[in-house]
Design a protein around this ligand. Sequence first.
Ligand SMILES: C[S@@+](CC[C@H](N)C(=O)[O-])C[C@H]1O[C@@H](n2cnc3c(N)ncnc32)[C@H](O)[C@@H]1O
Length: 222
Amino acid sequence: MNPDFWLERWQRGETGWHRDEINRHLCEFWPQLGLPTGTRVLVPLCGKTTDLLWLASRGDRVLGVELSQLAVDAFFAENGLNPTVTQVSGFSRYRVDEIEVLCGDFFDLPAALLDDIGAVYDRAALIALPPDLRLRYAAHLDTLLPARVPHLLITLEYDQALRSGPPFSVHTQEIAQLFGQRYRLSVLAQLDVLDESPGWRQQGLTELVERVYRLDPDMVLA
Ligand SMILES: C[S@@+](CC[C@H](N)C(=O)[O-])C[C@H]1O[C@@H](n2cnc3c(N)ncnc32)[C@H](O)[C@@H]1O
């Protein structure tokens, strides 16, 4: 899956993953992370999610990363925000108050732009990627965040034989392989959301599990 796939999705307006409402799991579980006010939160592959606004409204400093300039422009325009745009390390940096979005390829992101990240919010980022890129994503996150920080991670699980991604099905076993050596994993919620995706039932799926993970820095393992 190359960047053109996503750029074309945005150009064609095929953004079925986007929700205007704030993610319910973010609202419920983010406060439980107990992060100090002003924490800088990394939101990889952020699209034009309004979750950025919710995080900023709590007093968090938000850093989104998104490939598509259309998406980034739409985020600021649709929310009536007028960002300052500068260039940094090959990325366009959009900034307004506590919200910053870097427009460019996440895999090109240098650690120098993420100096004081204190948490990660991942909804539809890891699961947007096929297996080889998921490995690269987790490895790149690791190089970007050597200090390790809490994550809230939302995944989907379903029978991949019945439907091709994205979004891809990513099982707990893979989450453990990708993150388990560096983070302590807890499942905060798991729910069958098939009724919310009737089209998927028509494709033959009988189960669609949304799972919410909390990843905490594990002080025991090196
Ligand atoms: C499934 S969408 C999810 C967007 C957002 N997280 C949400 O919940 O609405 C995945 C997004 O990742 C972006 N994307 C894909 N590959 C990327 C990459 N390598 N670097 C930055 N963004 C990327 C796409 O353009 C798309 O907006």
